[in-house]
Design a protein around this ligand. Structure first.
Ligand code: NAD
Length: 354
């Protein structure tokens, strides 16, 4: 594909930083990263590309109309890929307000500024422009033991996080239908991989195990998520904003359903191989069950047949291979996560042992 100018929001977060790194390493695109640097941002995730000639960073808020307008006018993006969000379900339960501000109001502001910018473009640039909103499978609610979410699944968000993402999804489609803005939408399952902020299940488990701390698992540990390696997600995002049809939605998933307990056990087994416990025994001995997250969705699973059929995407990283590489990355990259753990505002929600 010809070199494009891509404005990424939330590019200092987990998925956004993977997208920035992959775009600079494997394409000729120019990248502008707009990120407010909230607690969830880790500038160190972008250290390797900070001085790249095709990369620019601006610290700022997607809710700021003047700033977004100015960046659109100056940078003249062909593509806006919108990842900035409050993303942690547990935090949304304790303090939902910021989720509404960033995920709903921020997305609305971005859409409105992009619409003004797009309407002022010459015809050729107008037809090439894309606004790509990155969303989650959690907007569809919770599955029973069978079935999969897909592009036609009804919305049924059940946490403040997923409700705010659902609100953003509806706004994006409304700007597409009402104003003709060329929007794209993706709903993806749970991501994992390196540079994942250590409040989420996988990095938190690895780091707590390395510190010989107990490994809290919510409820009975049988909640199921469909795990996708972040590099596979990023490859899917690129295909969507480079070749996807405007107005379309694509569901993205790893075809790797695992219970939370199985994920934690897989991490323990990999750590047993890499860094055997000094006092003997297995890391599995540290696992303990804690009071469940309120409203905890039981099962998510994605049918990704459409993006495979229409855009030729399939996941490439098998879960066992990906989780082993991820564990190894955290063992070898303490310099990335130790400063975060030292200053981190610990998540309060992970409860006491049952
Ligand atoms: P993250 O929490 O790691 O990163 C979010 C980034 O957004 C941070 O760098 C933060 O500083 C930035 N940000 C927050 N508020 C902002 C604001 N007002 N203005 C500008 N920047 C702001 O999140 P992530 O896991 O990388 O997820 C990225 C996107 O993908 C989110 O929209 C999320 O809903 C979606 N998603 C995530 C997953 C997953 O498993 N992590 C799965 C599906 C979809």
């Amino acid at each position: 594909m010809n070199a494009k100018r891509i404005l990424i929001t939330g590019g200092a977060g987990f998925i956004g930083s993977a997208l920035v790194r992959q775009l600079l390493a494997t394409t000729e695109h120019e990248v502008l990263n707009l990120d407010a640097l909230t607690y969830a941002a880790v500038p160190g995730s972008l250290a390797a590309v900070a001085d790249h000639p095709r990369y620019r960073f601006v610290q700022g808020d997607i809710c700021d109309p003047g700033l977004v307008r100015q960046l659109l006018t100056q940078f003249q993006p062909d593509i806006v890929t919108h990842l900035a969000a409050e993303s942690h379900v547990d935090r949304s339960i304790d303090a939902p307000g910021q989720f509404i501000t960033t995920n709903v109001v921020g997305t609305c502001n971005l859409l409105q500024q992009c619409l003004d910018y797009w309407q002022g473009l010459p015809a050729e640039a107008r037809s090439g422009f894309r606004f790509h909103h990155i969303s989650t499978d959690e907007v569809f609610g919770s599955l029973g033991p069978t079935g999969h979410f897909h592009e036609q699944s009804p919305y049924d968000p059940r946490s403040p996080y997923s409700a705010s993402k659902a609100g953003a999804d509806h706004l994006v489609r409304a700007w597409g239908h009402t104003y003709g803005l060329p929007v794209l939408l993706t709903n993806c399952s749970n991501n994992y991989g390196p540079f994942h902020y250590p409040e989420k299940l996988i990095p938190l488990t690895i780091i707590r195990a390395l510190g010989e701390q107990d490994l809290p698992v919510y409820g009975d540990g049988q909640n199921i998520r469909d795990w996708l390696h972040v590099e596979d997600h990023v490859a899917a995002l690129r295909l969507v904003f480079e070749t996807g049809a405007p107005g379309e939605t694509y569901a993205i998933g790893g075809n790797a359903e695992r219970t939370n307990l199985a994920v934690v056990q897989a991490i323990c087994d990999e750590l047993d191989r890499l860094v055997p416990r000094s006092g003997g025994g297995t890391y599995r001995d540290l696992i303990g069950f804690v009071a469940d997250r309120p409203g905890h969705d039981r099962r998510y699973a994605i049918d990704a047949a459409k993006i495979t059929r229409e855009l030729g995407w399939t996941p490439t990283v098998a879960f066992e291979q990906g989780i082993a590489a991820t564990v190894r990355w955290y063992v070898e990259n303490r310099a990335w996560w130790e400063p975060i753990m030292a200053r981190r505002d610990p998540t309060r929600r992970l409860g006491t042992r049952t």
